[in-house]
Design a protein around this ligand. Structure first.
Ligand SMILES: [Zn+2]
Ligand SMILES: [Zn+2]
Ligand SMILES: [Zn+2]
Ligand SMILES: [Zn+2]
Length: 347
């Protein structure tokens, strides 16, 4: 990520809806692809105030009406209503329930960061109307019956599982509740549990369908193992019965990755997006020098160095490590498969 600038000179951030100094409304301009001040033209239209752009825009309906988005779309396409990030939503939370609008806003913010990184990498994604198979879509749903305590032992009637199926990414909106999420992280012994992490993991499954299925399965199997044997259901049961195999840390990025080659892929893909976005931000903030994003080993080396610094800074403040994983050679080899596929897509 990078920062942006208001016409008044103030720094703007990716999530901003107004300038902290001059009070101007700001939003994402799809034309010049920055967060820019919005100059009102009347009738709900705005001009992008970014020098040299001047695009005539309207706010996304989820910005203007719902306050969960900060993107705009070209005024000529106002009839679409939703921006390039919100148009993938299939199900949104029930806004009559207290707290759901705030949870939804958290989900949208994480989703916009995800899409920013996918765009940065030049990765394709699209809806059915765009001709994508599978089409990307998001379901943000709540449990039908509220449950007390830990979700892993959900009662009957609770059936919203965070996951991916045929391009559809479902996130249980309970994940947007920081207290619930932390309880679950501790229960599952995870190093991190974040909304952006969920999006990065689930979109990894989407890209398996899009980039690997029927195209590069042999290459995948050679490094990640056979995804057809044992079948997914069997692997899932074994994982929850027996836990990860001894010594998994030498070969896998997380305990969850040991469950099945598809989960290993999704966890590795998620790590690849972590590395890309953290390094991109570090370069843009001047924390590290320029970096060749075509060179995976260079990226991994920088990420390791940066991780040491970031972890120490966080420990100084009593916070969790930013980079908890140790990147052993087998994990880097898996990252190499992801990297090669991503680069090939990006041309
Ligand atoms: Zn300003
Ligand atoms: Zn613009
Ligand atoms: Zn939007
Ligand atoms: Zn998964």
């Amino acid at each position: 990520m990078r920062t942006f600038g208001c016409v008044c000179g103030q720094t703007l951030f990716f999530e901003n809806v107004a300038c902290e100094r001059c009070g101007r409304e700001v939003g994402w301009c799809p034309s010049c692809r920055v967060i820019a001040a919005l100059e009102p033209l009347g009738g709900g239209t705005y001009r992008c105030a970014n020098a040299g752009c001047g695009a005539v825009l309207v706010k996304c309906a989820n910005y203007a009406r719902e306050n969960v988005c900060n993107r705009c779309l070209p005024a000529a396409e106002a009839a679409r209503g939703l921006c390039d990030a919100c148009r993938f939503n299939r199900t949104i939370p029930d806004l009559s329930m207290e707290g759901n609008r705030e949870r939804w806003a958290e989900l949208e913010a994480a989703k916009r960061r995800l899409l920013y990184t996918l765009d940065l990498l030049g990765l394709p994604y699209g809806s059915a109307a765009d001709g994508f198979d599978p089409p990307l879509a998001f379901d943000f749903k709540a449990d039908a019956i509220p449950v007390d305590g830990l979700w892993r032992w959900m009662g009957e009637g609770e059936r919203v599982f965070t996951g991916h199926a045929d391009g559809k990414i479902t996130i249980n909106i309970r994940e947007a509740d920081s207290v619930e999420r932390e309880k679950r992280r501790v229960d599952l012994g995870e190093a991190h549990r974040t909304l952006i992490g969920h999006f990065r993991h689930e979109v990894g499954h989407y890209y398996w369908d899009l980039l690997v299925r029927g195209r590069h399965e042999a290459e995948f199997k050679r490094v990640f193992g056979d995804h057809e044997n044992p079948p997914y259901g069997e692997a899932l049961q074994r994982h929850y019965r027996e836990g990860p195999p001894a010594g998994w840390k030498d070969r896998f990025v997380s305990a969850y990755a040991t469950m099945h080659p598809w989960e290993d892929w999704a966890e590795t893909f998620s790590l690849y997006l972590d590395i890309t976005s953290v390094l991109d931000t570090a370069v843009n903030m001047g924390l590290i020098g320029p970096l060749d994003f075509a060179d995976l080993h260079g990226m991994v080396g920088r990420y390791r160095q940066l991780g040491l610094v970031l972890n120490e800074l966080n420990r100084e403040m009593g916070l969790i490590d930013v980079v908890p994983e140790v990147l052993h050679a087998p994990v880097v080899e898996k990252l190499g498969v992801v990297h090669a596929l991503v680069r090939r897509q990006a041309g």
